[in-house]
Design a protein around this ligand. Structure first.
Ligand code: BGC
Length: 687
């Protein structure tokens, strides 16, 4: 019989003693759990909660979606800040903003009484057709890693657990419950896993969510190699794993327990008491293994303060002006100016009498879908949906900006300038969870609208509201100015108006290549590579994801990775490397000057790429290794210094199963995009 405790007795138990070390508290609590109680902790009670164990005062641990703000209830009764999509945040290339986002959203999680946020989603953007591209950050493993680490730190510094998802290779929605991502070890090591690993080793991520799909034939939730070996043994993860919602459907109980799955969500299936008991009695897993899984969950319960006096925990805040300002700042800094041919932008408010504001996305509320209960419109695209207290549409933002100064009309032919808002939304088949995109082009009627508008008014600016690359064939050449504004959260309209009128000089850069046509994209080489044949998706492109492929095959993209214009211009000069030859353990200092040679203050995102000139292995022509965002006033010059380590020149060697650097010469490229290299240097590595 397990012992019953009074409240008083419970509060005296060692695990309740806040002055004791974490591991001591975890072990003490674990030692008091019966086998049945352990089983109980292995699965959720409902959508968002674990089961409480009243006898020991273990409250239910609560987790909510998602990547763009906390959503505590599906009906939208509880409002919270709606932040820009992850792809927009990534386009800022600003880890500080990712940290700020993490901190703000954690404050909201705390305020609604929860303990974990089901975010960030950091799967690599392999195909532009993935319905969840908007929820993920980038195609590049280094940018992915820097932003993921900052986000997790921001969340967890507030004693809220981040849940890094979806581990791993959940790179498409088509057949997501059944397909297997067939991926080489080198591609895993160099492309798909680095950001996951860094969130463990550099940010101590407290939770990982397993993927729906299989990886090399084994489902994420029972993938011993991914969970037990890599994540826990190799990377040193001390947190717990949770299944994606119902991701255990085709797994076995013992497979999941042995692999290291701590928590099955949303409710018990493979981890029901009956199934766990049966597998245990049949000797399919040991109590020791189960204990490790439980210990991990308990550890995070302690880390978020589940047993601590509430007054000792950080305070929660929700829907504050500060959070809204962070949301707007991310939206502003994530906007990418794609084209500005006649220098139509920025608009000068004093020169304008009338502007036409038109297009399906000019006044479309992204949050509206769920509110009106239409299933076909998933507000926020599925688990990323949010219910903010308000949403400023582009038209709202422009109305505020133009109030009493410029008339807003709907007829392009009568306007000085037309602003045409096109793009996608979160309907299934567009940028949404559950299905991949149906089209790579904009909807036909929008293309027609762009063409007819340009005829009526050549001064037309196209603003895209979407979350993934689209083709722009047939219209891009005739439009003078194009802006990629993404899904910019609840303050998007203000951010867009600020960029259009020059209050904010755009500085965002694409975190993903925009191909001219889908067949240029490495994931779309054949049916094998996308959407897969017989439920196997073969990642035949290997490490050549995104710009690595476009560079290797010398394909001209529509807009390259790292690209984005500004209202000012920057000059790069004076490249200096502090060493010409390096050996192991050396740090190389790369310095150069950057000057704002235009007439406006602005920010430039400088990108450093490395190339191994000669290698025994096939290597990409360019790999991003550092970046820096610099703010400069007109004529201002700054010296930027970036340090590289030996490991920045390495690759994963399939034959030795190690990361190695081969002796030889390496190029160092500094650029304004992956295709706009301004400075080049060389250095030699001797082993
Ligand atoms: C999604 C996850 C999400 C979970 C809970 C799943 O369908 O893939 O990203 O966190 O649902 O809503």
């Amino acid at each position: 019989m397990s012992k019953e405790y009074s409240e008083e007795e419970l509060s005296q138990l060692p695990f309740r003693d806040e002055s004791l070390k974490l591991e001591g508290r975890v072990s003490d609590l674990l030692s008091r759990l019966t086998l049945e109680e352990k089983f109980k902790l292995c699965s959720g009670r409902q959508m968002w909660h674990t089961k409480p164990i009243k006898r020991l005062g273990i409250k239910s641990f609560t987790m909510y979606d998602g990547p763009h703000g906390v959503r505590p209830d599906m009906m939208g009764e509880i409002k919270s800040t709606y932040f820009p999509s992850a792809i927009c945040r990534a386009a800022t290339w600003d880890p500080k903003l990712s940290y700020e986002f993490g901190k703000a959203v954690a404050e909201e999680v705390r305020e609604v009484g929860a303990h974990m946020l089901l975010a960030p989603g950091i799967n690599i953007q392999r195909s532009p057709m993935n319905g969840r591209t908007f929820e993920y950050q980038t195609e590049d493993p280094y940018l992915n890693k820097v932003l993921a680490v900052a986000t997790v730190k921001g969340i967890q510094d507030h004693k809220i657990a981040a849940c890094v998802k979806h581990f791993a290779c959940n790179n498409q929605e088509t057949d997501r419950f059944t397909c297997s991502s067939e991926v080489s070890e080198r591609a895993l090591q160099e492309i798909y896993l680095p950001a996951f690993k860094a969130t463990v080793q550099e940010a101590d991520a407290w939770s990982f969510m397993t993927c729906y799909n299989k990886v090399n034939g084994i489902y994420g939730s029972e993938n011993y190699n991914l969970l037990r070996e890599r994540l826990m043994q190799n990377w040193g993860f001390r947190g717990f794993t949770v299944s994606d919602w119902n991701a255990t459907a085709y797994t076995t109980t013992e497979g999941c327990v042995n692999a290291g799955l701590s928590l099955e969500m949303p409710t018990a299936k493979k981890f029901s008491k009956k199934n766990l008991n049966k597998a245990f009695q049949e000797g399919k897993f040991t109590e020791e293994i189960l204990d490790d899984n439980i210990k991990r969950l308990l550890r995070v319960m302690f880390l978020v303060g589940l047993f601590d006096d509430k007054s000792t925990l950080p305070r929660g805040y929700r829907n504050t002006r500060e959070h809204q300002a962070i949301s707007r700042k991310i939206a502003e800094d994530g906007i990418v100016l794609l084209k500005n041919k006649k220098a139509l932008l920025p608009l000068n408010i004093d020169d304008l009498n009338k502007i036409a504001v038109i297009g399906p996305n000019s006044n479309f509320k992204l949050i509206e879908g769920e509110k009106v209960g239409r299933n076909e419109v998933l507000s926020g695209g599925g688990s990323s949906n949010n219910f903010p207290p308000f949403e400023i549409t582009p038209l709202d933002g422009l109305r505020q900006k133009c109030k009493d100064r410029v008339e807003i009309i709907e007829t392009p032919s009568n306007a000085d300038v037309t602003i045409l808002f096109t793009g996608l939304n979160h309907e299934l088949g567009k940028d949404a969870e559950g299905e991949d995109k149906h089209d790579f082009e904009l909807p036909l009627e929008q293309i027609e609208l762009i063409k007819s508008t340009i005829k009526q008014n050549p001064n037309t600016i196209v603003v895209l509201i979407n979350g993934s690359p689209i083709a722009m064939n047939g219209w891009i050449d005739s439009v003078p100015s194009v802006i990629e504004a993404w899904y910019g959260g609840m303050e998007a309209g203000k951010a867009i108006a600020n960029v259009l009128f020059g209050d904010v000089n755009p500085s965002g850069k694409l975190p993903i290549t925009f191909p001219r046509k889908l067949s240029d994209s490495p994931a779309h080489m054949s049916e094998r590579t996308y959407p897969g044949v017989e439920k196997e998706v073969h990642y035949d492109e290997g490490i050549y994801v995104g710009y690595r492929h476009f560079d290797k095959e010398q394909i001209e993209p529509l807009f390259p990775f790292g690209y984005g214009l500004s209202y000012t211009k920057f000059k790069y000069e004076n490249l200096k490397l502090d060493k010409e030859k390096i050996s192991k353990n050396d740090t190389i200092n790369v310095s150069f000057d950057i000057i704002n040679i235009g007439g406006r203050s602005g920010m430039e995102i400088i990108q450093l790429y490395v190339q191994d000139i000669e290698s025994s292995a096939d290597r990409p022509p360019k790999e991003l290794k550092r970046f820096e965002k610099v703010k400069l006033e007109p004529n201002e010059r700054k010296t930027v210094e970036l340090n590289l380590n030996f490991s920045d020149f390495s690759f994963y060697d399939d034959s030795t199963h190690c990361w190695i650097v081969e002796p030889g010469v390496f190029n160092i490229f500094l650029g304004s995009s992956s295709r706009d290299i301004r400075l080049k240097g060389k250095l030699e590595f001797h082993g």
